[in-house]
Design a protein around this ligand. Sequence first.
Ligand code: SAM
Length: 336
Amino acid sequence: MEATIELDAKKHYPVLLKEVISIISPQYGGTFIDCTFGQGGYTKKLLEFENTKVIALDRDIESKTKAEKFLIEYQDRFIFKNLKFSQLNNLKLKNENIKAIVFDLGYSYSQIKDPKKGLSFESEGNLNMRMGLNSFSADDVINKLEENELEKIFKFFGEEKESKKIVRYIINERLKKKIDTQTLVELIERSKRKKNFKIHSATKVFQALRIFVNKEISELINGLINATKVLQKDGILLVVTFHSLEDKIVKYFFKSLAENKSISRYVPKTEQPDILFKLIQKKPIIPSKEEIRENPPSRSAKLRYVLKKKDFYEFETDIFEKFKNLLNIESFGNKL
Ligand SMILES: C[S@@+](CC[C@H](N)C(=O)[O-])C[C@H]1O[C@@H](n2cnc3c(N)ncnc32)[C@H](O)[C@@H]1O
């Protein structure tokens, strides 16, 4: 999940940067949208090319401080909005010629290490996990949701095999006192029969909570749909993912709009819906051995991209139906 790492305040590693730049070709100028500004790694590189303009978004208000430096240096070529990428359509970009839109999902190292955000199982105090512009926290989820709801969140968002047992411990414990980060870690450790020496026992539950609290499933689906709308013909939509759920969604969205999979060959060509995307390569691009050596958290990154072949603003997609199970689970948060 840690997409970008900042080993010290000066050194910063935007994941797959060389590959992203070579795909979207900023050397020819154009307007780009960086949906996940973060530490500004992608945006910085884009702005180094003349004749480029960057519109950047990030839900974390702390990114705004980083963006301020760029606002001074590139006043007329850079815009920053503290916005969730699912709200991209609020920016009224219908008639802008957007050449490429990039998403570098996940969290930056500085966010993971920020004790206020409580994203890490090493954090102390109340559970949180809010990235910014959220409606509830992990504290609400763990201390208020029903047993069967918590079980589904851990199972489907974290692929946690021991969900049932962990949730039982949580339910018993919260009758006595409110559960904070350290108590949650202890309960998870207690419920695991076998120790896994490769990953921390709490990794999967914490991943599930982060996905749930930040509504990452609907964020991504709506982000992809709105990005596709505003992209110009021949524009590129590019996404770097960090866990299998994200990758599944991106892969399905691209593939389902890049082929007429369910069209019978007897339907006349003129009545077949137009294909929206050109899938440039089926397999995702992954970081090189050198990049992983230099920045180990990049090892789970996968880059996928498509070219928009039509000038459509509106289009049809069955992606909500395809992922309705996950969206249903996400909706447990509506009552918090
Ligand atoms: C991996 S970092 C991006 C790093 C960036 N590419 C760089 O090179 O510095 C991901 C960023 O996306 C932001 N983010 C995650 N989900 C978001 C969403 N739904 N809307 C807007 N920003 C989001 C996070 O706050 C984080 O700053």
